[in-house]
Design a protein around this ligand. Structure first.
Ligand code: EPU
Length: 340
């Protein structure tokens, strides 16, 4: 069956920044087998390809002169168990947050710290989504992906995904070469609350909860996120625009000597992760507006579309932030979203 190919397709509703850009071609896939058909259309074979999930970690800097492939595979099913975990397979096109909530309702907790992260399940491994003391990698078993070169579905283990902080093999060696079709989560049979992140601990305290149940953590994380982070439905954004930079012990010591209020966290191996939001705020850019792009008032790590911003405007603001933070602190901030 041929694919329905849309031409000059408006992407505004398909990227959470709400940037108005166009794709030369656009196709929506509902079954993994349809990936094989992409090669059978001469127009699509000849142009660059952009695999799109929820578009929540993407900055479009202009029109895309190629084919945008929207991944819409559904499904949530039990996939067996290991000694200590329940395995659940989730289609790449399922909403991440809805999945977290559905699993909670089915007595399969373990993802509640990752509640309300925008985007689709299939994109979660790409940047190893993380929040409030938990990363996907800690709840991940395996995934299936289409390999464009081998033209077949492959299964990949956690080790093969090579997860790091907001990082995986899909941002590096396999960028653009494999499309994730489903992920298999490993949810702990013996659930323990993850409460070491200060915001979570404080929120539970404020709610007078001493023995949190999964739903308590879920509610706390949802409340914290709603307070701090803009809802992409109302204010275009892609979550944190930069990664928190990691510096050496020496650089950390030197920075702290000049900036005693620097916010940082020790990492394995003696290095330190710096709060990029703090660096941007200290560089005087929190709440800044440049044209129609801005730095969110309540969380400086989030860039926002104040209405009608182009990708180029947002990118120019990002560059200014990188420059100013580098001048003041000697630290270069790396963007987190995919910039196209
Ligand atoms: N801070 C400031 N000013 C700001 C923002 C932050 O001084 O404007 C300082 C505060 O001291 C705060 C600290 O930075 O305590 C950390 O801030 P926050 O807890 O909001 O976390 P973050 O490091 O800014 C990271 C993730 C978020 C995730 C939160 C919670 C990255 C790049 N971002 O943000 O992830 O929700 O921790 O775990 O690692 C995302 O990736 O899109 C995202 C939203």
């Amino acid at each position: 069956m041929p694919l329905e190919v849309f031409e000059r397709f408006a992407l505004r509703r398909f990227n959470s920044f709400g940037v108005d850009a166009c794709a030369r071609f656009f196709v929506r896939l509902r079954h993994a087998e349809q990936l094989a058909w992409l090669d059978e259309d001469a127009r699509l074979r000849a142009v660059p390809r952009l695999i799109l999930g929820g578009g929540t970690n993407l900055l479009l800097t202009g029109d895309f002169d190629g084919v945008v492939v929207k991944m819409d595979f559904a499904g949530l099913r039990d996939a067996g168990e290991t000694g200590d975990a329940w395995l659940i397979e989730v289609g790449a096109g399922e909403s991440w947050h809805a999945t977290v909530e559905r699993l909670l309702e089915r007595q399969r907790p373990g993802l509640e710290n990752l509640a309300l992260i925008p985007g689709l399940a299939g994109a979660a491994p790409i940047q190893n989504i993380g929040a409030y003391g938990l990363e996907l990698a800690e709840r991940f078993h395996a995934l299936t992906a289409w390999d464009f070169e081998a033209r077949t579905l492959v299964t990949m283990s956690a080790a093969e995904c090579n997860f790091g902080y907001r990082d995986s093999v899909f941002k590096r060696e396999l960028a653009g070469r494999r499309a994730i079709t489903s992920i298999t989560l490993a949810l702990p049979k013996r659930w323990e609350p993850v409460t070491h992140y200060a915001d979570v601990a404080n929120e539970l305290k404020a709610r007078a909860i001493t023995r949190p149940q999964p739903r308590d953590i879920f509610d706390a994380v949802v409340a914290i996120r709603r307070r701090k982070l803009p809802d992409p439905e109302t204010i275009g954004n892609a979550g944190s625009f930069f990664k928190n930079p990691i510096v050496s012990r020496e650089q950390h010591r030197a920075l702290l000597a000049h900036h005693p209020s620097l916010v940082s966290y020790p990492m394995p191996g003696g290095r330190f992760k710096l709060a990029a939001g703090w660096l941007i705020e200290a560089a005087g850019l929190k709440g800044a507006t440049r044209g129609r792009a801005g730095v969110y008032e309540r969380q400086a790590l989030v860039l926002v579309n104040r209405g009608g911003a182009t990708g180029a405007e947002i990118l120019a603001l990002a560059r200014e932030i990188q420059q100013k933070v580098a001048e003041k602190f000697g630290v270069w901030l790396e963007p987190e979203p995919v910039i196209v």
